[in-house]
Design a binder for this molecule. Structure first.
Ligand code: CTP
Length: 398
């Protein structure tokens, strides 16, 4: 159940914080990808480097990144969009109270507010504290708000007393997490999503073609994100320079004309994401045999290809959502807005080739998500961006 899922593990300042390292390992063994956020007091019980080494990812403690970490102070928002599940284990009475009242004074509590996924809280404290009227009231309130609470176990406590307040066994936390994920419906459940990716190739003769450096990474990330959010996905792609996942239904094509034909076949999709870098021009004449240099002139005559997104916009069915991309080298927002209008798209994901962390082949991407009424900026790896953007668009739509 946890395989391929993304979990944020929140660790707060109780003696059981060291057990969270074992929990992290068990989540990983179950196939989940884990990121850790700790409260500052949790770092007094176990070092953040332990979690950084185990998770293979920086550990976030404060909203403003520590020295040497990514320079992004809005990462609590990305993390919140990124995750399938947020598990807070152990969760102290203090953090419990903050969550109950919407306080967001560190990375963990801020990410709780930003999270769009289910949140599993494992209250862990001394028995007297757990039984106190304030903690009981907070737990009831949190349950009513839709948080999942895993009751603490009973036994020997750090205070030397016996009671209820221990962090449950790792296997119980895992079972609880699996149950929550198993009962979860992705926001794209029951939706058919068509994604295009990669470049097209426009052949002049059997050995030469016009193309562009698109790798297909962003399109594949969009397709995988749609799949992970529950959609039935069809990926139509040109020649890719990265491997496409085996478990996606794929339609490989070469030219813009072939991509257009394939897109028309799946035109009834609920959502179309045109990530492909479709060639705008194709040779007017295609030679059957290799053109010899002795025979040819130095000019190639070109004609326009079909603008597929524009055609989709003109033939849009009711309720269908069209998402296009725009890659620009100047006037990013003006050009992207023109594309949004002229192609009748609902969203344009725009990036600039001039940005260092962006563009063809890069693993990172920095984009604007534009709709007719909004403009939001995101920066993350392409892999994460797929999920972040689709969550942003679809979480509250269906
Ligand atoms: N697109 C398309 N068919 C084409 C060209 C582009 O469907 N023949 C789609 C792309 O998949 C992308 C969007 O249109 O979603 C914008 O592509 P882009 O190359 O940025 O812009 P163009 O429309 O080609 O315009 P220009 O060349 O003027 O920038």
């Amino acid at each position: 159940m946890l395989s391929g899922k993304r979990i944020i593990l929140g660790v707060t300042g109780g003696i059981a914080a060291y057990k969270a390292a074992y929990l992290l390992r068990e989540f990983q063994k179950a196939g989940a990808e884990v990121r850790v956020t700790m409260t500052p007091s949790a770092t007094r019980f176990i070092g953040s480097d332990t979690f950084a080494s185990l998770s293979g990812h920086e550990v976030a403690v404060e909203i403003f990144p520590d020295e040497g970490q990514s320079d992004d102070w809005t990462r609590h928002i990305y993390w919140g969009e990124w995750a399938d599940l947020f598990v807070i284990a152990p969760c102290t009475a203090n953090t419990l109270a903050k969550i109950t009242h919407g306080i967001s004074d560190n990375m963990l509590t801020s990410t709780v507010l930003a999270a769009r996924c289910p949140i599993l809280i494992c209250p862990t404290m001394d028995g007297e504290m757990y039984e106190s009227p304030s903690v009981s009231k907070n737990l009831t309130e949190l349950e009513q708000k839709g948080y999942h609470i895993l009751e603490p176990a009973s036994g020997y406590l750090a205070s030397g007393l016996e009671g209820k307040g221990r962090l449950p066994e790792t296997e119980d936390i895992l079972r609880s997490a699996s149950d929550i994920i198993g009962n979860m419906e992705g926001p794209l459940e029951g939706k058919k999503v068509l994604v295009t990716a990669g470049p097209t190739r426009e052949y002049l003769d059997p050995v030469r073609f016009i193309s562009n450096p698109s790798s297909g990474k962003m399109g594949i990330a969009m397709a995988e994100a749609a799949r992970d959010l529950g959609a039935e996905v069809i990926l139509i792609h040109g020649p890719l320079s990265v491997a496409a996942p085996d478990d996606l239904r794929r339609v490989p094509v070469t030219s813009a004309a072939q991509m257009f034909d394939a897109v028309k076949e799946y035109q009834d999709a609920d959502i179309v994401i045109m990530s492909a870098a479709v060639a705008d021009f194709t040779p007017s004449e295609v030679h059957e045999h290799k053109v010899k240099k002795s025979e040819s002139g130095s000019e190639i005559r070109l004609k326009r290809t079909q603008d597929i997104l524009k055609w989709l916009g003109e033939n849009k069915k009711e309720e269908q959502i069209l998402i296009g991309f725009a890659m620009e080298t100047e006037n990013l927002l003006r050009n992207a807005r023109t594309k949004l209008d002229e192609k009748n798209a609902d969203y344009i994901i725009a990036n600039s080739l001039n940005d260092q962390d962006s563009g063809f082949g890069s693993d990172l991407n920095k984009v604007h998500l534009l709709s007719k009424t909004s403009d939001e900026q995101f920066k993350a790896t392409k892999k994460d961006l797929g999920r972040i953007l689709l969550n942003k668009i679809f979480r509250n739509r269906y």
